[in-house]
Design a protein. Structure first.
Length: 483
C-alpha cells in the first residue's frame, strides 16, 4: 500500500456516500472505491485459494486412532463452504477486508497431534470447544483487553513480522527458496531454489511475477497485484501446454476437463463435543485445547492488528475498529471449522494482498467469500492459479507491511529488543504466535530488569505467563506423564 492511500494521509472531510451500500460499508468514507474493493477481493482470493488444495492434503493424509481418513472431495467442499460463509460474515459484521479460512498450522496440529489420539469426530469436537472458549473470552472482554494492552510500537512490530513472514511464505511456496534436507549435513537451513540455484519454468514465472508486480507498484498502477496474478497465470498456462514441466507443486496451471463439479457436504456436522474425554486423559485434552486456543488467539491478534494497520484503519489510539465483533466472528469461525471437519478457521494474513490492491472495507470480503462460494461448484476452474503466479503478491505485500518499521523507536532498547524478536522469530520459526510470544516475554522481562514492572499491563504479565507455558509445553507434558 502506497503512502497516499493511508487513512492518516487522506483529507479530514470524507466524501458523501454514493449509495446505501457505500454508506453501510463506509467505502467512500475510508477513501476507497467499489473498483478497489472488487480488485482487493479478487487478489485476496487468489492468494489464499491454495487452501482449497492444501487443507484436504494435510487433513486427508492423516489417520485417526482407528485408522480412518477423511475424504478429500468432502474436505474441499467443507473448506470452501466455511471460507465463503465466515468471510462474508466478517465483511458484513466486522467491515474489515479480512478473509477467513482453515488455518495452516492449526490443521497440522489437528491432523498429526490430536487425531492419532482419538477419532476424527472427537478431534473436531475439540476444535469446536476451542472456538467456544475463544467466544467466551471475547464476550467477557478479555481478548479485546489484551489487544488494547499491547504497546503501539509492539503492534507495529507484529505487522512488520507478518510482512516478512508472508514474504518468506511466498519465496518458499514458489520454490525460489527451499529447505535443505537434513541429510545434506550442512548448517544452512535454506537455499536458493531446489539445488542452490534457480532452475525450471515455474521459478521463472515467479521471478517474472515479482518483477512485474514491483514495477507496477513503483509506477502506482491500480490493480498492480491482480494484474500480475492474472498475467502470470496466463503465462503459466501457456508454458505448461508447450513445455515439459515436471511439477508446479500443489496446483498445475492446466485447463480442466470440466468447469463445474458437484459439492459433497458429507463431513458437515460430524463432530463429538466431549468424546475426546473418553479417549485420553483430562490433562491431555486440556493441554490440546490450550495449544489450539493459544495458537488461534494470537495468530488472529497479530493478523488483525497487522492488516488493519496496513490498511490505515487504526484509530488515534491505535485500536482496531469494531474489534469486539471481529474477534467474536473469528471465534465463531473456529466453531464452524470444527463442526464441518475442516479444522479451525481463522483470519488470513493473505488478506494483505487485498489491502495492497486498495481494499479498505468488508465489501471486498463479499467478493472473496463469493468466489469461495463459487469454488463449491467451480473448483476445477478456480484452482488453476499456481502458487508461482500468486506468490509475487505476498512478496510485494511483505514490503508494504515492512514500512511500518518506522513507527518503532530503535534507540529505546526496552521496546526495540522485543520488537526485533517479534519481527525475527515470526519468519524464522514460520509462526505468528511464536513471534508474538517471544516479543511479549522479552518486553515484560526487560521492563522488570529496568525496574519498570509497574508500567506493564497486568494482562501482558498473564499472557506472557501463558506463553512461557506454551514454549515449555514439552517438559510440562513429560512432567504430567502425558507424553
Amino acid at each position: 500500500m502506497s503512502e497516499p492511500q493511508k487513512v492518516a494521509d487522506r483529507p479530514g472531510a470524507a466524501p458523501p456516500a454514493a449509495n446505501s451500500v457505500d454508506g453501510f460499508f463506509k467505502i467512500s468514507e475510508r477513501g476507497s472505491t467499489f473498483a478497489r474493493e472488487v480488485r482487493g477481493g479478487f487478489a485476496t482470493f487468489f492468494t489464499m485459494a491454495y487452501i482449497l488444495v492444501l487443507n484436504p492434503i494435510i487433513l486427508g493424509s492423516a489417520k485417526d486412532k482407528f485408522g480412518h481418513q477423511l475424504d478429500s472431495v468432502q474436505l474441499v467442499t467443507a473448506t470452501a463452504l466455511v471460507a465463503a460463509v465466515m468471510t462474508i460474515i466478517m465483511g458484513v459484521g466486522g467491515n474489515l477486508p479480512l478473509a477467513l479460512a482453515a488455518g495452516l498450522g492449526l490443521n497440522a496440529v489437528v491432523a498429526f497431534q490430536i487425531a492419532p489420539l482419538m477419532s476424527w469426530d472427537d478431534a473436531m469436537g475439540l476444535v469446536v470447544l476451542e472456538g467456544l472458549v475463544i467466544c467466551v473470552l471475547v464476550v467477557t472482554g478479555l481478548r479485546e483487553a489484551i489487544m488494547h494492552a499491547i504497546p503501539g510500537p509492539l503492534k507495529a512490530a507484529i505487522g512488520v513480522g507478518i510482512g516478512l513472514f508472508i514474504a518468506f511464505i511466498g519465496f518458499v511456496d514458489a520454490g525460489f527458496v527451499s529447505r535443505i534436507p537434513d541429510a545434506a549435513n550442512t548448517t544452512v537451513p535454506v537455499q536458493l531454489g531446489g539445488t542452490g540455484s534457480l532452475s525450471g519454468w515455474p521459478v521463472l514465472v515467479f521471478c517474472l511475477g515479482v518483477l512485474l508486480t514491483i514495477g507496477l507498484i513503483a509506477r502506482k498502477v491500480r490493480g498492480a497485484i491482480l494484474i500480475s496474478i492474472v498475467t502470470m497465470t496466463l503465462l503459466a498456462l501457456i508454458i505448461n501446454s508447450v513445455a515439459d514441466v515436471k511439477s508446479w507443486g500443489l496446483t498445475t496451471p492446466a485447463w480442466p476437463d470440466k468447469i463445474a463439479d458437484t459439492p459433497d457436504f458429507g463431513l458437515i456436522g460430524h463432530f463429538s463435543l466431549f468424546g475426546a474425554f473418553g479417549e485420553t486423559t483430562v490433562i491431555t485434552v486440556v493441554l490440546l485445547i490450550f495449544t489450539l486456543i493459544l495458537s488461534d488467539f494470537f495468530d488472529t491478534m497479530g493478523t488483525v492488528v497487522g492488516i488493519t494497520a496496513e490498511a490505515g484503519l487504526l484509530d488515534e489510539e491505535g485500536k482496531v475498529p469494531n474489534l469486539g465483533r471481529v474477534l467474536l466472528i473469528d471465534g465463531a469461525a473456529a466453531v464452524a471449522g470444527g463442526a464441518s471437519s475442516s479444522s479451525s478457521a481463522t483470519a488470513y494474513i493473505e488478506s494483505a494482498a487485498g489491502v495492497g490492491e486498495g481494499a479498505r472495507t468488508g465489501f471486498a470480503n463479499l467478493i472473496t467469500g463469493g468466489l469461495f462460494a463459487c469454488a463449491l461448484f467451480l473448483t476445477p476452474i478456480l484452482t488453476i492459479v499456481p502458487m508461482q503466479a500468486a506468490a509475487p503478491a505476498l512478496v510485494a505485500v511483505g514490503f508494504l507491511m515492512m514500512t511500518q518499521v518506522k513507527h518503532i523507536d530503535w534507540d529505546k532498547y526496552e521496546i526495540a529488543i522485543p520488537a526485533f524478536l517479534t519481527i525475527a522469530v515470526m519468519p524464522f520459526t514460520y509462526s505468528i504466535t511464536n513471534g508474538i510470544g517471544a516479543g511479549f516475554l522479552a518486553y515484560v522481562l526487560i521492563k522488570a530488569v529496568l525496574g519498570k514492572a509497574k508500567e506493564v499491563h497486568w494482562l501482558l504479565w498473564g499472557t506472557s505467563a501463558l506463553f512461557l507455558i506454551y514454549f515449555a509445553i514439552d517438559p510440562i507434558e513429560q512432567l504430567f506423564g502425558t507424553k
